[in-house]
Ligand binder design. Structure first.
Ligand code: SF4
Length: 87
């Protein structure tokens, strides 16, 4: 859950994202080809790291964010959880 302050911060970086020039549905693809297309747009985006962390932090399930598909984000979260597990 993010508060109002982070909403404003999010709006600031989102306005710099490459995706502002594309229809939103380009980032909610229904197949692998669409995912690749969205990833390519993200690849040259200046706020890619902020975007990916935002999606990970807010557990956003759907769409391509920060160059990562839903499945990739789930994998990253799992890896991070394992990384902080003691032992
Ligand atoms: S990384 Fe991709 S989804 Fe995120 S702001 Fe940039 S273009 Fe948009």
């Amino acid at each position: 859950m993010h508060d109002h302050t982070s909403e404003v911060a999010a709006a600031t970086w989102m306005a710099q994202g490459n995706c502002r020039n594309y229809p939103p549905e380009a980032f909610f693809p229904s197949d692998g080809v669409g995912v690749d297309r969205a990833r390519k747009i993200c690849a040259t985006c200046s706020v890619i790291d902020t975007c990916r962390e935002y999606a990970l932090h807010n557990r956003i399930e759907h769409g391509v964010w920060g160059g990562c598909s839903e499945r990739e984000r789930r994998r990253i979260l799992t890896r991070r959880r394992l990384a902080v597990t003691p032992g």
